[in-house]
Design a protein. Structure first.
Ligand SMILES: [Zn+2]
Length: 105
């Protein structure tokens, strides 16, 4: 009985942790894709487009400059076009994402 309970807990925990290891969570938005103009290989100059999933309404959406995305020196002010949820996300988050994924334009 004890062994069964323990195994179940481990299973639940590993499933719950999966998204965090694959995609960076900002808290309110799950980042699925980033397109940015780079100053160099590691440094974002201007954010151009973000693909995110809003954790408030669970809708996936594409954010572009003036359409849910405001670039502030590489940081982003994100807002969900579906429910209005919004959050500021630091440039380091996006740079971390770009380091994790290799996406050719
Ligand atoms: Zn939303």
């Amino acid at each position: 009985m004890c062994i069964l309970v323990g195994a179940l807990l481990i299973t639940v925990m590993s499933v719950a942790r999966m998204p965090n290891t694959e995609f960076p969570m900002t808290g309110k938005f799950l980042i699925l894709g980033v397109r940015a103009e780079m100053a160099d290989a590691q440094t974002i100059k201007v954010l151009q487009q973000l693909e995110v999933q809003c954790q408030s309404c669970m809708q996936e959406c594409m954010l572009t400059e003036g359409e849910g995305l405001v670039d502030v020196q590489g940081a982003g002010l994100l807002s969900c076009p579906h429910c209005g949820e919004h959050q500021a996300v630091s440039r380091a988050r996006f740079e971390q994402f770009l380091q994790m994924t290799v996406r050719k334009a």
